[in-house]
Ligand binder design. Structure first.
Ligand SMILES: Nc1ncnc2c1ncn2[C@@H]1O[C@H](COP(=O)(O)OP(=O)(O)OP(=O)(O)O)[C@@H](O)[C@H]1O
Ligand SMILES: [Mg+2]
Length: 256
């Protein structure tokens, strides 16, 4: 198994005495196989992003473990995360926030290549950047531009390029299309599907949009207030939902 999430929980404490407790993630478990696209769906505040941050090592769980090829990610040192980050990449909802506004698009693409010394020299680096930027549907001319000059869809293509530079084995997409226009959403979703097929990258795809989940995911888990209420093959789950919350999500989606 490539990824095994085992009974993870995350409590957040707030209030003056830390006496307000939020069970953001409450004993969540699921597995993801190599090459699979696994969906996490649920309403706002259900704990989806918290799960993804725990997997990425950006948050420590209150309890539980995450195994990546049998290695417990919750116990990995920062030094070892440097190597793991190359394999496990993330595409965020707000791509603009992940770019340095003062550096151009070329730099944004070359940065991970330099960090991991993936190119022998400048010529090879340029070739890699140009090849990937065209693969994701941007143009070489755009490399001279700055992040703020890109549209939302273009910025998301750029963040996908940055992830792809590292030839990752696993990508977490946290609502990568929710800030985009419907037509652009469809293009980015199509690009992610192509990338998955072409590079056989395993994906954890987070969304509150059932239609999107249905079009890309092999299996799906439905989250509600920190818990997984239902999990299974996407088609079966959507055709024959068992949990009332899943039924409610499907019904409300029909009226949007
Ligand atoms: N750093 C934090 N401190 C305190 N509470 C937090 C923190 N991060 C998240 N939470 C709370 O944990 C719960 C789960 O949040 P999370 O962001 O994981 O939900 P989500 O499913 O990703 O929601 P959305 O669909 O809106 O992105 C929410 O109640 C949220 O308010
Ligand atoms: Mg979220």
């Amino acid at each position: 198994m490539q990824l095994e999430v085992k009974e993870i929980s995350k409590k957040f404490y707030s209030g003056f005495f830390g006496n307000n407790v939020v069970d953001a993630v409450d004993v969540v478990s699921f597995d993801i196989k190599e090459g699979e696209v696994f969906g996490l769906v649920g309403g706002s505040g259900s704990g989806k992003t918290t799960v993804s941050k725990i997997i990425m090592g950006l948050l420590k769980p209150t309890s539980g473990s995450v195994f990546y090829y049998n290695r417990d990610l919750t116990k990995v040192s920062n030094h070892d995360w440097y190597y793991l980050r190359k394999e496990i990449q993330m595409v965020f909802q707000h791509p603009q926030m992940t770019f340095n506004p003062r550096r151009n698009i070329y730099f944004a693409c070359a940065e991970p290549i330099r960090l991991y010394k993936l190119a022998k020299n400048k010529v090879e680096e340029k070739e890699m950047v140009e090849h990937l930027i065209e693969r994701v549907g941007l143009t070489k001319d755009q490399l001279k531009k700055y992040p703020h000059e890109l549209s939302g869809g273009q910025a998301q293509r750029l963040s996908i390029t940055r992830a792809l530079c590292l030839q990752p084995k696993f990508i977490i997409c946290d609502e990568p299309t929710s800030m985009l226009d419907v037509s652009v959403q469809a293009q980015i979703l199509e690009l992610l599907k192509e990338i998955h097929d072409e590079f056989n990258i395993t994906m954890l795809y987070i969304s509150h949009d059932l239609e999107v989940i249905q079009s890309i995911c092999d299996r799906v888990a439905v989250m509600k207030t920190g818990k997984i209420v239902e999990i299974g093959n996407t088609e079966e789950l959507f055709n024959n939902p068992q949990h009332p919350y899943t039924k409610q999500l499907l019904e409300s989606a029909l009226y949007i």
